[in-house]
Design a binder for this molecule. Structure first.
Ligand code: M6R
Length: 615
C-alpha cells in the first residue's frame, strides 16, 4: 500500500529514487520522503503530499548527494498523512533509517516495551516502532544490522517490505519481506530495491523477487546474501530476466495512465488470448487448465474470490461458467470469505482474481481455501505476484502494467481469460455444441476490433459527460451479463469523480431505487440487443415516466431505446456472453471525462491506492 525504493552503487542515488517514487506513486500518494547517505551525513527530507511536492521541497532543504539512498511514497495506515508520519523514519540514536510498506500489527505492545526502555517516538507510525526495535536488538545483542533486523522481525506480527541502513555501515542496505512485495534489481556493481521492477527497468533487466519471510543484506561491491528470517538458512538467489519495458510504464503521449489503459484494451485483450485461442483448429490451449482438468471437471462448484473490479469480473464469470460449462459458481468478496468460516473442501475449485496479485484479502482467502484442501487457480496480471505464487495453478491476463488506480484493461482481460477457461471446460464437459463453441471462438477473436470501434464513441461520450458532470448521483442499470458491468460503471465513476453512484440489476429498481428517480437523476442503462432487451426497454419506460434522464448503452443500429433515451451510446454487436467487453468501454470513458471535467486527479484518486496490501 506504499511504494519503496532504494539504491546502492556508484551513481548518485537521488535521481534514481525520485524517478522510482514517481513510478510507484500508484501504490500510495499521501506523503513521500527520501534519505540519502554520502558516507558522512544522512540527509533526509519528507513531506505530506505527492512526490512532486517532495521534489520541490527537498532540493531546497538538503543537498542531494549520496550513492546510497532510500525513498518512500505512502498510503497512510497508522497515523494521518503529515510530515512527521511520512517515511523514512530515524531510530532514536539517528543511526538507523527505515522505509516500510505494510503493517506491524503488534506495534502497540512493542512500543510500550520500548517506551519502558527509554525510547521516545515522534510519529504515530508502526514503522518508527520497528526501526527502534531493530536498534534496541542491535544494542542489546551487540550485533550487526542484518542480524538485528532478523531478530526484530521474528518478534513482529504483520506484513512488511522494508529497507533499512545504518550510518555506521555506508556500504549496505538490509531488506526483508513478508506479505508486501520487494524486488532487487542487479546491475554492474550496483543494486536497486523497489516494490516492483518499474523504478529500475532502464538500468537492469535482472531482478530477484524476495519470497515471504526472506531478508537480504545488499552490499556495495560484495553482492547479496539472502536468508530465511525464521531459521537463518541461506537461500540461493534466483535471478529472473524482466519482460517489462520502459514504454509500458510511461504515458506514451496520453494525458493520463487511465486513458492510455482504456485505449490499450484492443491490444491487451489480443495479448490475453494470443497463443491460447487457436480458432483455425478450434482449440483453447491453457496449460494451467489442461494440467488440472480433472480438478475442474470433478469440482462440486467453483468459488470465485476477489475484490473491487476483479470481483465484478468474477460476477461476469459466474454467468459465463454457469451458462456455458454448467458448473455452479459462487462469487465472494475475499474480505468476507476469509472471516466467515466458509464450508469448503477438496472438491471445490477456488478461482482468485487479482490484477496486482497482492491484494491482502484475496491472498488471505486463498490461503484459507488451500488450508481446507481446495484447489486454487489464480487469475493475475502481475507476473510473479504473491497471489500468482500462492496459487496451485493459474493463468496470467498479460494486460501489461496497469498504473491508473481505476482498473480498466484489467477488467476486460480478466473476463477474456475467464471466458477462455469457461469455454475450454464447456468443451471438455460437452455442455456446448461444437458449432456454438466455434462461434464463441470466432466472436472472441473479433473483440479487439470491436473494442476499437467502441472507443470511437469517445468524443460523443465526452459531450454526454459535459451535460451530466454536475449531477450529485448516478444510477447504473443492467441485466444478466451486464448487471456486473453496471456495478463496474458505478464503481469507476465514484472512485475517480467522487460522485455517488449505484449499480443495480435493472429489474431491482422497482424494489427501492426507483424512489430516487427525478429529473435530476442520470441513469445509465445497458440495453444491448442480446439479453433481456425487451425487459430492459420496459425498465427504461418506467424511468421515463418518472422524468429520469436516460443514457442508453445500446447495440449499433438500435431504434427502440433511441426513441426513449435522452442519449444513446452505441457499441458493436456480439454474442451475449461477450457484451461486457464492449459495454464497459463507454462507461470507463464517461467516468474518465466527468472526473477530468471536475478537475479530479484521475490516476491518483483521493484515499485510494492501486494495490491494497493491507486489510
Ligand atoms: O489488484 P486487485 O485486482 O486485487 O485489486 C482489487 C481492487 O482493489 C481493485 O479492483 C479496485 O477496486 C480498483 N481501484 C477499481 O478500479
Amino acid at each position: 500500500m506504499c511504494g519503496i525504493v532504494g539504491y546502492i552503487g556508484h551513481r548518485e542515488a537521488y535521481p534514481i529514487i525520485l524517478k522510482g517514487l514517481k513510478r510507484l506513486e500508484y501504490r500510495g500518494y499521501d506523503s513521500a520522503g527520501i534519505a540519502l547517505y554520502d558516507g558522512t551525513d544522512i540527509k533526509l527530507s519528507k513531506t505530506k503530499g505527492k512526490v512532486a511536492d517532495l521534489e520541490e521541497r527537498l532540493e531546497k532543504e538538503i543537498s542531494t548527494t549520496g550513492t546510497l539512498g532510500i525513498g518512500h511514497t505512502r498510503w497512510a495506515t497508522h497515523g494521518v498523512p503529515n510530515d512527521v508520519n511520512s517515511h523514512p523514519h530515524y531510530s532514536n540514536s539517528g543511526d538507523l533509517v527505515i522505509i516500510h510498506n505494510g503493517i506491524i500489527e503488534n506495534y502497540e505492545s512493542l512500543k510500550k516495551e520500548l517506551i519502558k526502555r527509554g525510547y521516545t517516538f515522534k510519529s504515530d507510525t508502526d514503522t518508527e516502532v520497528l526501526v527502534n526495535l531493530i536498534e534496541d536488538v542491535k544494542k542489546k545483542e551487540k550485533t550487526k544490522l542484518g542480524k538485528a533486523v532478523q531478530i526484530a522481525l521474528n518478534q513482529v506480527v504483520g506484513a512488511y517490505a522494508i529497507a533499512v541502513f545504518d550510518k555506521n555501515k555506508p556500504n549496505e542496505i538490509v531488506v526483508a519481506r513478508l506479505g508486501s512485495p520487494l524486488a532487487i534489481g542487479i546491475g554492474e556493481d550496483e543494486f536497486f530495491i523497489a516494490s516492483d521492477a518499474s523504478p529500475f527497468i532502464e538500468y537492469t533487466k535482472n531482478a530477484i523477487y524476495l519470497e515471504d519471510e526472506e531478508m537480504a543484506v545488499v552490499r556495495r561491491h560484495k553482492g547479496i546474501k539472502i536468508r530465511k528470517i525464521k531459521d537463518d538458512s541461506l537461500v540461493a538467489p534466483y535471478i529472473q530476466e524482466l519482460q517489462l519495458n520502459l514504454e509500458q510504464i510511461e504515458k506514451g503521449g496520453y494525458e493520463h495512465f487511465m486513458l492510455k489503459e482504456i485505449y490499450e484494451q484492443p491490444s491487451a485483450i489480443l495479448d490475453t488470448f494470443r497463443g491460447r485461442l487457436l480458432s483455425n483448429e478450434a482449440i483453447i490451449k491453457m496449460a494451467g487448465v489442461e494440467d488440472n482438468m480433472k480438478k475442474f471437471l470433478n469440482a462440486n462448484r467453483i468459488i470465485i474470490v476477489a475484490c473491487g473490479t476483479s470481483w465484478h469480473a468474477g460476477l461476469v464469470a459466474e454467468y459465463i461458467f454457469e451458462d456455458l460449462a454448467r458448473i455452479p459458481v459462487e462469487v465472494e468478496y475475499a474480505s468476507e470469505f476469509r472471516y466467515r468460516n466458509p464450508i469448503i473442501n477438496e472438491n471445490d475449485v477456488v478461482i482468485a482474481i487479482s490484477q496486482s496479485g497482492e491484494t491482502a484479502d484475496t491472498l488471505a482467502a486463498i490461503k484459507l481455501a488451500k488450508s481446507k484442501g481446495a484447489f486454487v487457480f489464480g487469475v493475475c496480471n502481475v507476473v510473479g505476484s504473491s497471489i500468482a505464487r500462492e496459487s496451485d495453478a493459474g493463468a496470467y491476463t498479460h494486460a501489461g502494467p496497469e498504473i491508473g488506480v481505476a482498473s480498466t484493461k484489467a477488467f476486460t482481460t480478466q473476463i477474456t481469460v475467464l471466458s477462455l477457461i469457461a469455454l475450454r471446460l464447456a468443451r471438455a464437459k460437452g455442455t456446448i455444441s461444437s458449432s456454438d463453441y466455434r462461434t464463441h471462438l470466432l466472436e472472441l477473436e473479433l473483440i479487439p476490433g470491436k473494442v476499437k470501434t467502441a472507443l470511437e464513441s469517445d468524443a460523443y461520450v465526452k459531450t454526454v459527460a459535459d451535460i451530466y458532470k454536475d449531477a450529485k448521483n448516478f444510477l447504473y442499470l443492467g441485466r444478466g451479463y451486464n448487471f456486473p458491468v453496471a456495478l463496474e460503471g458505478a464503481l469507476k465513476l465514484k472512485e475517480i469523480s467522487y460522485i455517488h453512484a449505484e449499480g443495480y440489476p435493472a429489474a431491482e429498481m422497482k424494489h427501492g431505487p426507483i424512489a430516487l428517480i427525478d429529473e435530476n437523476m442520470p441513469i445509465v442503462v445497458i440495453a444491448t440487443k442480446k439479453g433481456h432487451y425487451e425487459k430492459v426497454v420496459s425498465n427504461i419506460q418506467e424511468i421515463k415516466s418518472r422524468s429520469g434522464k436516460i443514457i442508453g448503452i445500446v447495440t449499433v443500429g438500435d431504434k427502440q431505446v433511441k426513441e426513449l433515451a435522452d442519449h444513446v451510446i452505441e457499441v458493436p454487436e456480439t454474442i451475449e456472453s461477450l457484451t461486457p467487453l464492449l459495454t464497459t468501454i463507454p462507461l470507463q470513458l464517461l467516468s474518465y471525462h466527468i472526473a477530468l471535467m471536475l478537475g479530479k486527479n484521475v490516476d491518483q484518486p483521493r484515499n485510494l491506492a492501486k494495490a491494497v496490501t493491507v486489510e
